[in-house]
Design a protein. Structure first.
Length: 291
């Protein structure tokens, strides 16, 4: 059966389709962000006032993420409104809305500490909100996976297990164990160690729950929407693993390779929020097309 959103896109002009518009806007935002980061990085030794060390870049780099997080929260909220809180699907979107709302608050706090207060935002109260958001996102994906009356073949279950184990083993060997045994110092505090550990651990729960949705929703009315959202969640999980590793290495070695890793990771991070927004928009359009 053809996805109703495809029928909707054929009947309606692409220029008036919110999915097409938001997808195009998202691509433009990511490209512009990469160009701004490249411009700021190349000006480090040429013109410090235009570089990544300047105040303007601190505000830009954090605010663009915060704005993208706000877009994701609004899009998820509109989708929840479309389904209604009383429906089973609505409860799933309610969990996702709360989870992303916690992360949005975390982004605001991070922006304040990093750009306004000019202090190190990690660890801080922002991390508390990110931690609170994880269980809700995991719960939302598991509820949706349980709702889907689609049996996953054994071969695909094995793929989910193997991918999770590979990422888990790599995470434990290179991130979780080394950070766990790292001595507490003035630069690497107990709080920093705790949050550097809890995020990778939570990611190892988020990845398989998102992978299950990828395999369960490869066909059907809302397949592409869940595929976009699931891939977005996997991207942020991998981002967090890399962030924990590079931030820890930066604290220990102060090497530019690790301390400047955010120049590559940040555009990936905003793409995650934008994928959530596009996926949620896709849902609303699929619901509208099937009505």
């Amino acid at each position: 059966m053809r996805d109703p959103i495809e029928n909707y896109m054929k009947v309606n002009c692409m220029k008036k389709n919110p999915v097409f518009i938001w997808s195009l806007v998202s691509v433009v935002i990511v490209i512009v962000d990469v160009l701004v980061y490249y411009f700021a990085f190349t000006n480090v030794s040429v013109n410090p006032e235009l570089s990544v060390d300047a105040v303007w870049f601190r505000h830009y780099s954090t605010l663009v993420i915060t704005v993208c997080a706000a877009i994701a929260v609004l899009s998820v909220g509109f989708t929840l409104k479309a389904f209604g809180l009383k429906s089973s699907t609505g409860k799933v979107w309610f969990c996702l809305l709360l989870g992303f709302a916690f992360w949005f608050v975390g982004e605001i706090i991070w922006w304040y500490f990093y750009a306004v207060d000019n202090s190190d935002p990690f660890p801080s109260i922002a991390d508390v909100f990110w931690v609170l958001g994880y269980p809700l996102l995991i719960l939302g994906t598991l509820l949706q996976s349980r709702m889907a009356k689609i049996k996953i073949p054994l071969r695909e279950k094995i793929v989910v297990l193997v991918v999770t184990l590979i990422i888990g083993v790599i995470g434990v060997i290179f991130i979780i164990y080394p950070i766990a045994v790292e001595p507490i110092t003035e630069d690497f505090t107990a709080d920093a160690q705790f949050y550097s550990l809890i995020f990778p651990i939570l990611d190892l729960f988020l990845i398989p729950s998102a992978l299950l949705l990828v395999f369960k929703y490869r066909g059907g009315d809302f397949s592409r929407a869940w595929l976009i959202i699931s891939i977005g969640l996997i991207i942020t999980a991998i981002y967090d693993l890399l962030f924990s590793y590079t931030d820890w290495q930066c604290t220990l070695t102060f090497e530019d390779l690790f301390c400047n890793a955010y120049l590559i990771l940040d555009p990936v991070y905003i793409s995650f929020y934008l994928m959530i927004a596009v996926g949620a928009t896709y849902f609303r359009q699929a619901l509208k097309a099937s009505a």
